[in-house]
Design a protein around this ligand. Structure first.
Ligand code: E4P
Length: 217
């Protein structure tokens, strides 16, 4: 499964990108606002730093303006995936951009029916928001399972990009279902490294090693 970073914070992206474990980045207007930086500059910086897809979201709501924004964002770098909302205008924009060979990430997906439309519109990625569904007491991971099944039934090439991830278990459950990508905040990546038994085991190994008085180097 690919792991994308869900942030617009350059320092976090630089630090985690250097691990070689990160396959791409997703941003949205809220994350850009939180960074306090200029969007186009930030996206250009991120796309120059990361080899994989970098999602940059349009902010217009009508098709013509959305398409113009999408083309401007796509021109920033070859690895830009233009992010459009799952609305009629968003899907029309998706179709137009995809027909031009531009990667499109259709975002704000909350149902299997929406995901089916996005695949038919040529989306490279569909972003179902599982955490926001869980917040409402709904089954976010059930949505991922449904979309994975529907796409497999018809061999749709659209990748299921699990979004609105709240913790490590979301990543694990998404991987068990076979989702293509999970986009996760930096804090979740850091949490994925951790297990108390790893810390405890290492402490014991190092304590025993110290008693030997040996040194490898
Ligand atoms: C990613 O593409 C989404 O914009 C993001 O995962 C949304 O996450 P949130 O529900 O935590 O805002």
């Amino acid at each position: 499964m690919k792991l994308f970073l869900d942030t617009a914070e350059i320092d976090d992206i630089a630090a985690l990108n250097s691990t070689g474990l990160i396959d791409g980045v997703t941003t949205n207007p809220s994350l850009i606002a939180k960074s306090g930086r200029d969007m186009v500059e930030t996206i250009a910086e991120i796309s120059g730093m990361v080899d994989g897809p970098v999602s940059a979201e349009v902010t217009a709501t009508d098709s013509d303006e959305m398409l113009a924004e999408g083309r401007k964002l796509a021109a920033i770098a070859e690895n830009i995936a233009v992010k459009v909302p799952l609305t009629p205008s968003g899907l029309a924009t998706c179709k137009a951009l995809a027909d031009d060979g531009i990667m499109v990430n259709v975002t704000l997906c909350f149902s299997p029916a929406q995901a089916l439309l996005a695949a038919k519109a040529g989306a490279r990625f569909i972003s179902p928001f599982i955490g926001r569904l869980d917040d409402l007491g709904r089954d976010g991971m059930g949505l991922i399972a449904d979309i994975v099944t529907i796409y497999a039934n018809y061999d749709y090439p659209t990748e299921v990009l699990v979004a609105s991830v709240r913790g490590v278990q979301h990543v694990v459950d998404a991987a068990l279902i076979g989702a293509d990508v999970a986009t996760v905040p930096p804090s979740v990546i850091h949490a994925m490294y951790k297990h108390p038994m790893t810390d405890k085991g290492l402490e014991a190994f190092l304590s025993d090693w110290a008693k030997t008085g040996q040194s490898i180097l």
